[in-house]
Design a protein around this ligand. Structure first.
Ligand SMILES: Cc1cc2nc3c(=O)[nH]c(=O)nc-3n(C[C@H](O)[C@H](O)[C@H](O)COP(=O)(O)OP(=O)(O)OC[C@H]3O[C@@H](n4cnc5c(N)ncnc54)[C@H](O)[C@@H]3O)c2cc1C
Length: 571
């Protein structure tokens, strides 16, 4: 079934829900006019539908493979990569000084999400480069920027991020890779990194690795970590390629999905690297890349959800089975109430997750354009919510897509199963969703819940204003926001972090549920009696009430979680 990039949905969201026009009022983004935005979304949509979506299945059937030390990518990926690179899609938000387009992250997020729906495995490659570009823009020396950024933006070279080691997954601070100062401005990097996405491939002439490692005598934990840029081939000053560096691919992982994306074990042996950011300032620099990737990975979940939903709706509108209770229906399974429940849930949650992700991207852009601390805090608050809710939605909806297909969902040819397998990792990489929730209830509440309270003020102001026109939607949104406000105050009063962590995942999901209600309400106000209002009503009546159970869970403390001893757990 062909994929159709949801260009119209993004246009609606930009115009009526996230207030994209606000960005155009800033000096930085004044060129992102209505015409430019629409042209970009339309062109990206064509790339997704015509070039990337046809690569989805070949990547699954013919995974990337390691041959004599070189990673060979799936059939057709080279064409896809060339189209992405030549279209300028990698550097959409990158600095124009180095060949980027300087466009808002909000627009890049929309394009990235559409690409994820078309072909997740391939889309991960430009996403990794984008993260590296941003990290270098913020933290690298001028010489590194001048040499690397134009090549990464053009797609001649690609970027990776190397954090994970066998003993250092969620706990990055446990890493043991080492770096020694060579005394000539370079460092010798040694160690093994695992699970490195697009760690090597045959699509570009050079692969540039951002590697976290520890200098001699550096303190333990995250404080002692530095960041190094380690290219596969050491570039000459003019950008031509020099000698091969001391880095190689040991093996590729066999995975449950995402087969087209090579996931590599990388070995560094005295590889030549350049410091990015200050010594022992590695985590701050890497966080620039990780925050970018967190927003991007949330979008990956939503993109796959969109593709899975399109497949399921199409199938449900064609498959006939059983007598339906609808007199004037289509006579297909889409008339069955339970199938409708699934299809409506898919559409309503995709809207909510997408609107939250775009709100996060807007906050990032507004923070950049205005320098405002409030926008910065909004972006920081929304990043873990966007990542976890986007990817949870991706998993739930891909899984629902399988269910809508019945037995055919379990048969690979329909593609429904691939969505479910591919999207699974998005809740794991870039910080598991559990870690995102802990970030929300700990670091992101270090302001005592101020940023959250400011956001809830906006939710309630809209609900108040909507009481006259859509009272049956406005009231539940207002009530849900108040419950979340009370839970947030309760959370901030907890000094025992284990109590906060015990409720972190349900708290994050409740937050997303409330934001989803708010953003659906905005859409309903803009499209009264139209399809958006109908979808909002479904969400607010049926999905939003979940917040109450989640908040009860979030405030249940930690005692019962640890009531069973380890022996009792194992019994
Ligand atoms: C396909 C794929 C691609 C990847 N790409 C990259 C990449 O490009 N670069 C890179 O550096 N890494 C990459 N990763 C690694 C990925 O980021 C890690 O797998 C992830 O961070 C989790 O680490 P772990 O696998 O060691 O799991 P663990 O850290 O062992 O976690 C296991 C479980 O324990 C939980 N847990 C762990 N610590 C805590 C805690 N403190 N509090 C609460 N719960 C906790 C986790 O949430 C999880 O549920 C990739 C992984 C995969 C599978």
């Amino acid at each position: 079934m062909p994929f159709h990039a949801p260009v119209d949905d993004f246009t609606f969201l930009f115009d009526h829900v996230v207030d994209f026009a606000r960005l155009r009022e800033t000096q930085q983004f004044q060129d992102a006019t209505d015409d430019v935005t629409r042209a970009i979304l339309t062109e990206a949509g064509k790339l997704c539908d015509e070039v990337m979506a046809p690569l989805q299945r070949p990547g699954d059937l013919h995974p990337a493979r390691l041959e004599n030390g070189i990673v060979r990518t799936s059939p057709g990926y080279e064409t896809g990569w060339t189209a992405i690179a030549e279209g300028g899609w990698i550097g959409m938000s990158a600095d124009p000084e180095y060949g980027g387009m300087g466009l808002p992250m909000t627009l890049t997020s929309a394009v990235n999400e559409m690409m994820s729906g078309a072909c997740l495995s391939l889309q991960l490659a430009p996403l990794m480069s984008q993260g590296q570009i941003e990290a270098l823009e913020h933290h690298a020396s001028d010489a590194i920027k001048a040499l690397y950024l134009p090549k990464l933006i053009s797609g001649d070279w690609t970027g990776t991020m190397n954090l994970t080691e066998p003993q250092a997954g969620s706990d990055v601070g446990a890493l043991s890779s080492k770096a020694v100062d060579n005394g000539d401005g370079t460092y010798a990097v040694t160690g093994q990194k695992i699970y490195i996405s697009w760690g090597d491939h045959d699509l570009a002439e050079n692969v540039c690795h951002l590697v976290l490692a520890r200098l001699p005598d550096a303190p333990a934990g995250t404080k002692g970590i530095s960041l190094f840029l380690v290219p596969k081939f050491i570039p000459n000053e003019d950008g031509s390629l020099g000698a091969a560096n001391g880095v190689k691919v040991v093996s590729l992982e066999h995975k449950m999905g995402l087969h087209g994306s090579p996931t590599a074990v990388m070995q560094y042996d005295d590889a030549t690297g350049w410091l990015v950011g200050p010594e022992q300032g590695g985590m701050a620099a890497m966080f620039t890349m990780m925050n970018n990737a967190r927003l991007g990975v949330g979008g990956q979940g939503i993109g796959v959800a969109e593709a899975a939903c399109q497949h399921a709706v199409q199938y449900a509108l064609e498959r006939k089975q059983g007598r339906t209770a609808l007199a004037d229906g289509t006579g297909t399974i889409s008339d069955h109430a339970d199938v409708r429940r699934m299809l409506m849930t898919m559409k309503a949650d995709i809207f909510a997750a997408r609107a939250i992700a775009l709100s996060c991207a807007m906050a990032i852009d507004m923070a950049r354009a205005t320098g405002s601390d409030d926008w910065r805090a909004r972006a920081a608050l929304l990043t873990p919510i966007s990542k976890a809710f986007g990817t949870d939605t991706g998993m739930a909806i891909a899984e629902m897509g399988v269910q809508v297909h019945g037995g055919m969902g379990f048969i690979e040819e329909t593609g429904a199963a691939q969505f479910s397998r591919d999207v699974r990792v998005t809740a794991i990489y870039e910080g598991t969703n559990g870690i995102q929730a802990m970030d929300l209830v700990a670091r992101k509440m270090m302001d005592g819940g101020e940023a959250a309270a400011r956001l809830l003020d906006e939710v309630e102001a809209l609900a108040e204003a909507a009481r006259g026109t859509l009272p049956d939607l406005a009231e539940p949104v207002w009530q849900a926001s108040e419950s979340l406000r009370e839970a947030t105050e309760w959370l901030n009063a907890q000094t025992d972090m284990n109590i906060r962590f015990s409720g972190a995942v349900p708290y994050l999901r409740a937050f997303a549920r409330v934001l989803g209600g708010y953003l659906h309400l905005k859409a309903a106000l803009a499209d009264q009696e139209g399809a958006r209002e109908k979808l909002a009503r479904f969400y607010i009546k049926r999905l939003l009430p979940e917040h109450a159970g989640l908040l009860a869970h979030a405030q249940a403390g930690s005692e019962d979680l640890f009531a069973l001893s380890a022996d009792e757990l194992a019994a």
